[in-house]
Design a protein around this ligand. Structure first.
Ligand code: FMN
Length: 192
C-alpha cells in the first residue's frame, strides 16, 4: 500500500520526531511503500494568498509545491499526519497544507449545498501530541482536532476510516511512558 506521511514539527530533538522515526522504521520493515512530506524542512509556505484564492474555485494553484503535494496526496492509499497540538489545533504549517493542497475540485466539490468527496478509498492515521490531559481536551475543548481535521477535512473529502492516536501529557510523563507510546505506534504500523 502507498502511504504518505505528512509531518509538521520543526525541531529534530522533539517527541514528534521520535514518532516520525518510529513510524518510518516500522514501515521500512513492512511491504508498504511510504513517502514523507516534512513541511518545515521543505520550506512549505502555508499562506493562501489573494492571487491563489482568486483561482481556488477552479481547483487551480500558483505554488508549485502544491502541485507536487497534491500528486502525492492523490496517489496515496493511506495518509499519516504527525503533529503537536498548538493552541488546541494544528500548527499553522499543517493548517496551510489543508488550506492549499486540499483543493476544491481535487479533494471535494459542491453539488448545491452538499459537499461531494473526491478522496475516496483512502484511510488515514492522525497522531497528535499535547501536554493537556485527555479529559480537558475532550470535555472542555470538545476535541478541536476531531472537529477540524478528522470531521471537517478528512471525512468531508471522503477519507472515512481514520485512526486517531491522541497522545496526551507527553511533556510531563516519564520517559518510560513516552517509550510505551512509541511502542504502541510501532506495533500499529507493523500491523497496518
Ligand atoms: C505554540 C505552542 C502552543 C501549544 N499549545 C498547546 C495546547 O493548546 N494544548 C496542549 O496540551 N499543549 C500545547 N502545547 C504543548 C505542545 O503540544 C507539546 O509541547 C508538544 O506536543 C510536545 O511534543 P514535541 O516534544 O514533539 O514538541 C503548545 C506548545 C507550543 C510551542
Amino acid at each position: 500500500m502507498k502511504i504518505l506521511i505528512v509531518y509538521a514539527h520543526p525541531y529534530e530533538g522533539s517527541f514528534n520526531n521520535a514518532i516520525l522515526e518510529t513510524t518510518q522504521s516500522s514501515l521500512a520493515s513492512s511491504t508498504h511503500d511510504y513517502e514523507i512530506i516534512d513541511l518545515n524542512k521543505e520550506g512549505f509556505n502555508p499562506v493562501l494568498r489573494k492571487e491563489e484564492l482568486k483561482i481556488y474555485p477552479q481547483g487551480k494553484f500558483l505554488d508549485p509545491q502544491v502541485g507536487e503535494y497534491l500528486k502525492k496526496l492523490k496517489a496515496a492509499a493511506h495518509l499519516v499526519f504527525i503533529f503537536p497540538i498548538w493552541w488546541g489545533g494544528v500548527p499553522a504549517i499543517l493548517k496551510g497544507f489543508f488550506d492549499k493542497v486540499f483543493l476544491k475540485k481535487e479533494t471535494y466539490e459542491f453539488k448545491g449545498l452538499r459537499p461531494v468527496p473526491k478522496l475516496k478509498n483512502k484511510s488515514a492515521t492522525v497522531i497528535s501530541t499535547m501536554n493537556s490531559p485527555k479529559l480537558f481536551y475532550s470535555l472542555y475543548l470538545k476535541s478541536p482536532i476531531k472537529q477540524t481535521v478528522i470531521k471537517s477535512t478528512l471525512k468531508v473529502c471522503g477519507v472515512k476510516k481514520v485512526k486517531w492516536f491522541e497522545l496526551s501529557r507527553v511533556v510531563s510523563v516519564s520517559n518510560k511512558k513516552r517509550k510505551k507510546m512509541l511502542a504502541k505506534i510501532r506495533k500499529y504500523f507493523s500491523k497496518l
